[in-house]
Design a protein around this ligand. Structure first.
Ligand code: IMP
Ligand code: MG
Length: 341
């Protein structure tokens, strides 16, 4: 057992499912050697660890494990100010690497987006990611190797990842955003500027699909969406408040729209990602008496019944269940269910 362990984490709804927390938990609990953060700075991953709240836009949530090396792949996009700020905040200078071909967002991209009528209509985060991606497609975007200040961080990320897997080391790929923000499979044009499903994430890193052991799709116990676009079953603000589902975007601070868990979307996300297993976060929002519970036995009966319904309807094991903000607030059933994470 355990010769290759490559786990890909992706969001099953519209982002903000709690992928950051799941990645942080796995990096710690399952000792991943490498954590790769895909996507870009429009996606914020929140990690509550050791009494601090981190909002990560560039560096993998796997940073919580000091032995985990942190990689930024060629298909990701960084912005130098955000990159260096996060390095200082997390104190990870000696274990963070960037591929020479990683795209670099500049201020001109942010400026260009602000005056774009389509991006205004869809509720973009205006971080310059779409504009930089367009420049990349037109072969005019600068990449990491063009910047002297990145020289010490450069590393051939696809090579390192594939060789690590061949040695039997463990690699965690942290997807960003959610399945239905996908440029191809989402609610176009109300989507982001990249392919957010497992295949797209793998292509950003440079690993083929045959190497993947676990495609872990993360769902929150309810659906949220920031920005415009369809949201089936959307609740009014007062209902959201009553349910205690009030959330704000971690990059933009905008109030997140919310709706109950959507099985139809979840089934499609399972299909689009070839999910092998699932994580459900914020179960305590549906069943407050499950808050901070860390074992399956101690979960309230109603919460267990709901999780079992999810498993029956989605035909995949729910291996991780989030019960609170802290990274350690997690029910980990992977061993009991025979899933090697
Ligand atoms: P953009 O990718 O910043 O242009 O935003 C396009 C749409 O995707 C907007 O509705 C954003 O709110 C949404 N979006 C982009 N990144 C994220 C994310 O990480 N979480 C949730 N929504 C996102
Ligand atoms: Mg987020």
């Amino acid at each position: 057992m355990g010769l290759l362990v490559l786990t890909v984490i992706v969001g099953g709804f519209f982002g903000d499912e709690g992928k950051g927390k799941v990645a942080a938990y796995l990096a710690l609990a399952s000792s991943y050697n490498y954590a790769v953060r895909t996507g870009s700075i429009n996606a914020g991953h929140t990690v509550t660890f050791n009494g601090r709240v981190y909002r990560l836009r560039t560096i993998s949530a796997g940073f919580v494990n000091k032995n985990t090396k942190l990689l930024i792949p060629p298909g990701a996009l960084i912005k130098l100010d955000v990159f260096f700020r996060e390095i200082e905040e997390l104190n990870v200078r000696n274990r963070i690497y960037v591929d020479p071909n990683t795209g670099v967002i500049e201020d001109l991209h942010v400026l260009r987006e602000r005056s774009d009528p389509v991006l205004n209509a869809i509720g973009s985060t205006f971080q310059g990611v779409g504009a930089a991606t367009a420049d990349r497609v037109l072969r005019r975007l600068k990449v990491a190797r063009d910047f002297a200040e990145l020289r010490d961080f450069l590393l051939d990320v696809p090579l390192v990842v594939n060789e690590a897997l061949s040695r039997g080391e463990k690699v965690l790929i942290e997807g960003t955003q959610g399945t239905f923000l996908s440029l191809y499979h989402g609610t176009y044009p109300y989507v982001t500027s990249r392919e957010t499903t497992a295949s797209g994430v793998l292509s950003e890193v440079g690993v083929g699909p045959r190497r993947v052991d676990n495609v872990l799709v993360v769902f929150k116990a309810y659906v949220t969406r920031v920005g415009e676009g369809p949201l089936e079953g959307e609740l009014g603000v007062s209902e959201i408040e009553k349910l205690g589902w009030v959330e704000r975007g971690s990059v933009t601070g905008r109030l997140r729209r919310a709706a109950p868990f959507n099985f139809k979307l979840a089934e499609r996300a399972v299909m689009l990602n070839s999910a092998t297993c699932l994580a459900i976060t914020k179960i305590d929002a549906l069943f407050p008496n499950s808050r901070s519970v860390r074992s399956w036995d101690k979960l309230p009966r109603e919460a267990k019944a709901w999780i079992e319904e999810v498993e029956v309807r989605l035909k995949r094991p729910v291996v991780l269940i989030g019960t609170g903000e802290r990274v350690e607030d997690m029910v980990d059933r992977s061993r009991d269910l025979g899933v090697e994470l």
